[in-house]
Design a protein around this ligand. Structure first.
Ligand SMILES: [Zn+2]
Length: 392
């Protein structure tokens, strides 16, 4: 136990005596005088005592030093001493300022390092004269057009950029899974690339991740996008017109159009199914098995009719779950098989499956609008058609 050193700040004998007695300790470290006794003897309230002591003496202890410069801390009260002993590593005011400044410098350096790392992995694209949306597949042309139509914005620098999928309203695709697959596919086929938007605060933290090895990855739904045509509003507008005309002149009886129709219809059905299950606190994993089950239904029924089947399947499943008290995850796992068998029963018995309207909570996504209006040219009726049935 280190000595408590006292420096007297007054010549008043009474006050000096109070200071001496307040800080006096026994060999075992206990206080020699109780605060209550001192307060009565010197006629000062318990709460005001430390303040009065502080006017008379400046107390320090070798046990309470600044971790950086070693200067002893001034003790304001007995409690203050106890707190400091419990929390070692306190800095004096000067060292605390220096420390904060050092931390801020380190933070700025780290931010600068991260920016460089992101810029290396996702550089700003120069105009590439060989780049053309003609080289993209139909799904990627549609994805690019959805980005351009729903996402063209003006950046902090006054130039255009394409917004992150998660910022789009209506949504980019019916499900996050389809957004992920279309956008990462678009990136890998060279149609668009994640854009480092270094002007915005926290831009990197939200959309990009710097790995310890100096590489960087990106969050597909959070990243902004860019196309290699040079950043100007005119260029972006001309690419939009170009992709629009390519998509509009797609052979809508072709295999690519049919495949995209089935993909988008599948995800619209999953979007609806998920919304209904979420109302009962059930999640739904969008995996291959589920897609297979939905596509089984889409072989007999239109998207709008499959939603009717899904509504009934969810109703029955929720009742079953309550009756049997099964785990939510188990209930969700039952969805694909129940959906398939329900559709089979409906088809075998020739049930009249009334088509549903689009659900308020499942607004039509950008890619779906492009598919039905521009590629297939069925407009809203596409929703009520069997994918692949070309007669409205
Ligand atoms: Zn210090």
């Amino acid at each position: 136990m280190a000595e408590i050193a006292l420096k007297f700040l007054t010549e008043d004998a009474v006050e000096c005596e109070l200071g001496r007695l307040y800080w006096a300790r026994e060999d075992d470290g206990s206080w020699s005088h109780r605060v209550k006794d001192l307060s009565e003897r010197f006629g000062v309230s318990v709460s005001k005592l430390p303040e009065r002591v502080g006017i008379a003496v400046c107390a320090t202890s070798g046990e309470c030093r600044c971790t950086d410069c070693g200067a002893t801390h001034i003790l304001h009260s007995r409690n203050h001493l106890l707190t400091m002993l419990k929390v070692p590593g306190m800095r004096c005011a000067d060292c605390a300022d220096l420390y904060a400044k050092r931390r801020e410098d380190e933070r700025k350096q780290a931010e600068y390092r991260d920016r460089l790392c992101v810029l290396r992995a996702f550089p700003e694209l120069d105009a590439d004269p060989n780049w053309s949306p003609r080289n993209l597949s139909l799904p990627h042309r549609v994805a690019l057009l959805a980005l351009l139509r729903g996402g063209t914005r003006t950046g902090e620098d006054g130039l255009p950029y394409l917004a992150a999928a998660e910022c789009m309203d209506p949504p980019f695709a019916p499900t996050q899974e389809l957004s992920l697959s279309l956008l990462s596919g678009l990136y890998h086929s060279g149609g668009a690339a994640p854009a480092p938007h270094l002007h915005a605060p926290n831009a990197i933290g939200e959309a990009f991740v710097c790995e310890p090895d100096g590489s960087a990855t990106y969050y597909v739904l959070r990243a902004r996008w860019q196309i290699p045509v040079g950043r100007s509003h005119d260029r972006y507008a001309s690419v939009l017109a170009n992709v629009e005309s390519l998509v509009a002149h797609e052979d809508h009886f072709g295999r690519d159009a049919l495949e995209l129709w089935i993909t988008i219809a599948t995800h619209e059905c999953i979007q609806y199914l998920r919304a209904r299950l979420n109302e009962h606190d059930l999640d739904l994993l969008c995996n291959e098995r589920l897609c297979q089950a939905v596509q089984h239904c889409l072989a007999f029924y239109s998207t709008s009719q499959v939603m009717n089947l899904e509504w009934s399947v969810v109703r029955d499943l929720v009742a079953y779950r309550t009756r049997k008290r099964i785990h939510p995850k188990h209930a969700s796992n039952l969805v694909p098989v129940r959906l398939e068998s329900y559709a089979d029963r409906a088809a075998a018995n020739g049930w009249d499956v009334r088509p549903y309207r689009r659900d308020w909570y499942c607004p039509q996504s950008l890619v779906s609008q492009l598919l039905y209006n521009l590629v297939l040219k069925y407009g809203d009726t596409g929703f009520d058609l069997l994918p692949g049935a070309h007669q409205p």
